[in-house]
Design a protein around this ligand. Structure first.
Ligand SMILES: Cc1ncc(COP(=O)(O)O)c(C=O)c1O
Length: 401
């Protein structure tokens, strides 16, 4: 991918064409400007780059491998490959941007990291980064997700973070963002809101994308080394869209690679509140300080959403994805809860890899593509591992024979 794209998007005000920006209270404007300026000066310095490179190699265990799914490829046709972000330290891609955000926070002299979490993976990753750098950490999480993803709640607490239960509204990801924003507003000087995806006001969608680019850079080289070609298809799940932007960013100019962002179709696409298909069924609007495709109710408020995967359960999406949809650079499609569960067990039993429910959406779509295109290759970003989901899956779906 040429650097021109990354220089052009976002523009100075944080817009990806019409999406993005910073629709924030006046008291945050100064702080966001400081973060933006620091990002441009500090993060381009030799010291910052070599520190982050060292962390990625020795702490995170990067590069993560690309793996050829030989049994699945034989069964479904196609050649299916996984970029193994589940093997990144803490079990998901989220640590890629958390270490970057926390390193920046340290350089800015911040004392405390604040964030929301849905599936708990971003919360665990940020708590890990806080422990690494010796910073305080406060994670806001909906009560519904606390019950669903309890192993991750324990991990955050063991790592020294404070977990703040969010009890209003649907008690899931959107409300957790509301609550974390509120806490950040109380002390923006000493704290920093380390947002968990390519969402929120500028400069967060840009910073998180840039920190996640390592996934695509590695995957492109690794895939080429293994096959001598580029993949025909690249598939990633989309909640806010950080793992998808990470991998897509390396392939945006390769016309021969088709890119697929997979949203949660939930229980039904027919009824509002039963899915979180923001790109498929939403329209442009403003949520949490930025403009993007959103699912809205009849009053223009964020609509209730549902997904089996807590990390995809959000009525907005990254502004860059919103632009890429309009530019038709990426195809956005849905996978239902049922298809996700089937793929969860299929990958576990055919390849010995238990995926996160979020990532299982991408796997399910890859299996469909493989059946339809038996001569093509498919690279899936396996964004995380499924240990956090075991209790929920077994209690609600049982274990198939
Ligand atoms: C494993 C995993 N994959 C994907 C996501 C969705 O986030 P994003 O769309 O930002 O990659 C989450 C969110 O919690 C996650 O835990």
């Amino acid at each position: 991918m040429s650097e021109n794209y990354f220089k052009k998007y976002p523009n100075k005000e944080g817009f990806f064409n019409e999406y993005g920006g910073a629709f924030i209270p006046p008291q945050l404007e100064e702080e966001m400007k400081k973060i933006n300026d620091a990002y441009f000066s500090i993060s381009k310095s030799h010291k910052f780059i070599s520190e982050l490179r060292d962390i990625r190699k020795h702490f995170q265990g990067r590069p993560t491998p690309v793996y050829h799914c030989h049994r699945l490829s034989q069964k479904y046709g196609g050649q299916i490959y996984l970029k193994r972000e589940d093997l990144n330290h803490t079990g998901a891609h989220k640590l890629n941007h958390c270490m970057g955000e926390a390193l920046l926070a340290k350089h800015l002299g911040k004392k405390k990291l604040i964030a929301e979490t849905g599936a708990g993976q971003h919360g665990v990753a940020l708590a890990t980064a806080a422990a690494y750098f010796g910073l305080e950490c406060e994670i806001h999480m909906g009560e519904v997700d606390i019950a669903k993803e309890y192993p991750n709640v324990l991990r955050m607490k063991i790592l020294g973070a404070t977990v703040v239960p969010v009890t209003h509204g649907l008690k899931t990801l959107k409300e957790a963002v509301d609550s974390a924003f509120g806490a950040y507003l109380q002390d923006p000087i000493n704290t920093i809101y380390c947002i968990g995806s390519v969402v929120g006001p500028h400069p967060f969608p840009m910073m998180v994308r840039d920190f996640q680019r390592v996934v695509g850079i590695e995957a492109k080289d690794q895939f080429f080394d293994m096959t001598g070609e580029l993949p025909d298809n690249v598939v990633a799940c989309v909640g806010g869209g950080s793992n998808a932007m990470g991998i897509f960013s390396a392939f945006l100019e390769d016309e021969e690679c088709k890119l697929y962002g997979i949203e949660p179709g939930g229980k039904s696409l027919e009824t509002i509140g039963e899915h979180a298909a923001t790109m498929t069924l939403g329209s442009p609007g403003i949520i949490h300080g930025f403009k993007c495709y959103t699912l809205q109710d009849e009053n223009g408020e964020p609509a209730p959403v549902h997904s089996i995967a807590s990390g995809l359960d959000y009525p907005g999406v990254g502004p860059e994805h919103s632009m890429l949809k309009d530019l038709e650079k990426v195809t956005y499609d849905c996978i239902s809860d049922k298809e996700c569960i089937d793929a969860f067990f299929e990958l576990s039993r055919m390849e010995g890899i238990i995926p996160a429910l979020e990532s299982a959406h991408a796997v399910a779509y890859a299996l469909k593509l493989a059946k339809e295109n038996p001569k093509q290759s498919i690279l899936v970003n396996l964004s995380g591992r499924g240990d956090k989901d075991l209790d929920y899956v077994v209690e609600n779906y049982g274990i198939p024979k």
